[in-house]
Ligand binder design. Structure first.
Ligand SMILES: [Mg+2]
Length: 318
């Protein structure tokens, strides 16, 4: 028979809880913010310590771009994605813009609908991307106009992006940006933000221009939100810079982004961070279930920067 001893149990538990909070707070206070949700904080901390112990030489970062590295909103207004940046009169006419917005209204709710599986979404995502690319090709977009369109678009990367990009470059940790957006636009945004360092690799949908610099199609296999697994195996896995780096920090804002690390041959430690930008109540549960760390309506890189600082402050750090 066991006798409950509440006067011992409660203070011990309380003391342990306080001690636990105190120790973790000194290590990574950013994880105690109210906007941070975690299913298993213990597991997150163990993974972080293992990654720190292995050193930055074993680390790679894989990140989505639209609404992950770039902001979801700024001053209360939605910030543009790489596809939205193309909605500029220098590049496309009013009719095309109107048709693209109609498609967004139809397909974006499907993309984020928590009641549908990825398998159910895939054919519809392919349909959406194919229709958008077709509309863009009809516009005979000129390559020379892309930089100005980006400049005037109001696109903005998350607060603290410079620290994130610069630290990775300084430690020569490869950053793979894996995007279902438009690669040419994405590269221009990163370039204009002055963080296109030599350690940055991009896998995305690239425009194919003719000899006169006029858009005539898109190159390579189509990448949409829910086929990043195929892209990872086909395009990321062969990259020599990534092959010998078994520890992965992954950032995304869609459940489909979790597949971006599927090309890593023998992952030792994988830590996934999900930005939950939109429809928080409906999606919080599925995000907490799927990502190790969920950042709710956080437009900054504060937490990823803190994770990176912790991981790379071990033995090999400069
Ligand atoms: Mg995204």
């Amino acid at each position: 028979m066991t006798y409950p001893v509440p006067w011992i149990k409660i203070p011990v538990r309380t003391a342990l809880a306080i001690w636990y909070q105190w120790t973790t707070r000194t290590e990574l206070p950013e994880l105690s913010k109210v906007s941070v949700l975690m299913r298993q904080r213990n597991k997150v901390e163990n993974t972080l310590r293992a990654m720190q112990h292995a050193g930055p030489g074993t680390l790679q970062v894989i990140s989505d771009f639209d609404m992950t590295l770039s902001r979801f909103a700024h001053h209360g207004k939605r910030a543009p994605t790489t596809h939205n940046i193309l909605d500029h009169r220098l590049l496309i006419d009013e009719d095309c813009a109107c048709n693209m917005r109609k498609l967004l209204k139809i397909y974006y709710p499907i993309e984020i609908d928590p009641s549908l599986t990825s398998e159910q979404k895939i054919p519809l995502m392919v349909e959406w991307w194919t229709k958008v690319h077709h509309l863009l090709i009809q516009q005979k977009i000129q390559r020379d106009m892309l930089a100005q369109a980006v400049q005037e678009s109001g696109v903005i990367l998350r607060e603290g992006y410079e620290v994130f990009f610069d630290r990775l470059a300084e430690l020569q940790v490869p950053l793979l940006i894996f995007s279902a957006g438009v690669g040419d636009i994405l590269e221009e945004v990163v370039r204009q933000s002055q963080v296109f360092h030599p350690n940055v690799h991009v896998i995305s949908n690239y425009m194919d221009f003719d000899a006169n610099g006029v858009l005539r199609g898109f190159k390579g296999p189509l990448i949409h939100t829910f086929n990043k697994r195929e892209g990872a195996l086909l395009l990321a896995a062969p990259l020599p810079e990534l092959r010998e780096r078994p520890n992965v920090l992954l950032l995304g804002d869609s459940l489909g982004d979790l597949a971006m690390a599927d090309g890593v041959a023998r992952p030792h430690n994988l830590l996934t961070v999900g930005f939950l930008n939109d429809q928080v109540e409906e999606r919080a549960e599925s995000y907490v279930e799927a990502f190790d760390i969920v950042l709710v309506k956080d437009e900054s890189m504060e937490v990823p920067n803190a994770l990176l600082k912790f991981i790379t402050s071990g033995k090999d750090a400069k």
